[in-house]
Design a protein. Structure first.
Length: 114
């Protein structure tokens, strides 16, 4: 796994030098800006991200009705990348899989799926 916290090539939004190595050889990237596209500085990050991105198709997670997030979408649309915007009206996930690594007390995992 490349470009993950557990892979050999880390990706860190706060360290732009990690972006190109983590995206090397990819065609598509799902972009979930930390902590959110609506925070100050996100538009600058997205503008910088679209330039060296090894991926030619970018899919950002965006917020519905957030002017700052819409600015990031416009930056992406003006880039050379193909793009699809994923807009959600509500999203609550911390993207941390650490709690699933060990067996919980009692040795049972919560059911997942349908």
């Amino acid at each position: 796994m490349e470009g993950t916290r557990s892979g050999g090539v880390p990706f860190d939004w706060a360290d732009r030098s990690t972006w190109a190595p983590a995206l090397a050889g990819t065609r598509t990237a799902y972009v979930s800006h930390y902590p959110d596209l609506a925070v100050p500085g996100a538009a600058d990050d997205i503008a910088a991200f679209t330039e060296p991105a090894g991926s030619r198709r970018l899919m950002p997670l965006s917020g519905r009705g957030e002017e700052e997030a819409q600015q990031c979408e416009r930056i992406l649309a003006a880039s050379a990348a193909e793009w699809t915007v994923v807009r959600c009206s509500w999203f609550n996930q911390n993207l941390n899989e650490g709690y699933m690594l060990g067996a919980p007390p009692g040795g049972r995992r919560p059911p997942a799926g349908g």
